[in-house]
Design a protein around this ligand. Structure first.
Ligand code: ADP
Length: 193
């Protein structure tokens, strides 16, 4: 079974992924894979240098993701180029991971960009984590983010309405951590039944 998991920043998506992993799901972290494919020796590495030059490297020869982000920020052509390098590399790595797993595995693809990238049809089930704006702000503030950055990032992401429109299962994370665990455990029991 292949499950897509998403939610806006601060909703608790990563926490849900962790709980599902503890319950027995195989979680594939899309952000981690997108980083991995740009590591030295990986498929995206040479391609990025070829297209963006040595200036995106740090002194040790690794891709400096911050420099790369600055380079493509507000330049749609460069951003599209970077995506055309990263996207196929991620797809191929995810396919490789999935092929290495037994058919019985319950695989959760954890991605913040499920809606933005229109991935919903790939999955047997789409799980969406929702939380009210105040809880999200509070959680992210206590993680050290600034309110203006939090609100800018939330404004840049899909809306709750867009998320609800693609969700097969909604996990509302407005309560305590204990409530979230119970909620996710119930969802897991239904999925793995
Ligand atoms: P996301 O991946 O959606 O950005 P996280 O799962 O990283 O969100 O959660 C953001 C922060 O909020 C983390 O520090 C997490 O421990 C905390 N958090 C998540 N859910 C709850 C909750 N129900 N109660 C209290 N803190 C929570």
């Amino acid at each position: 079974m292949y499950i897509g998991l998403s939610g806006g920043i601060g909703s608790g998506k990563s926490t849900v992924a962790k709980i599902l992993s503890e319950l027995g799901a195989v979680v594939i972290d899309a952000d981690a894979i997108a980083k991995e494919v740009l590591e030295t020796g990986q498929v995206g590495y040479e391609n990025v240098i070829h297209n963006f030059g040595d200036s995106v490297l740090d002194p040790t020869g690794n891709i400096d993701r911050k420099k790369l982000a600055e380079l493509v920020f507000q330049d749609e052509t460069k951003l599209a180029k970077l995506e055309s390098i990263v996207h196929p590399a991620v797809v191929s790595r995810v396919t490789q991971i999935r092929e290495s797993l037994p058919d019985s595995a319950i695989v959760v693809y954890d991605t913040p960009l499920l809606i933005e990238k229109g991935l919903q049809d790939q999955f047997d089930t789409v799980l969406i984590v929702l939380a009210d704006l105040e809880s999200r702000r509070e959680r992210l503030l206590s993680r050290g983010l600034l309110l203006k950055d939090i609100d800018a990032r939330i404004a840049n992401q899909a809306t709750d309405e867009q998320r609800k429109a693609v969700a097969d299962v909604l996990i509302v994370n407005d309560g305590t951590m204990q409530e979230l665990k119970e909620n996710v455990t119930n969802v897991w029991q239904q999925l793995s039944a």
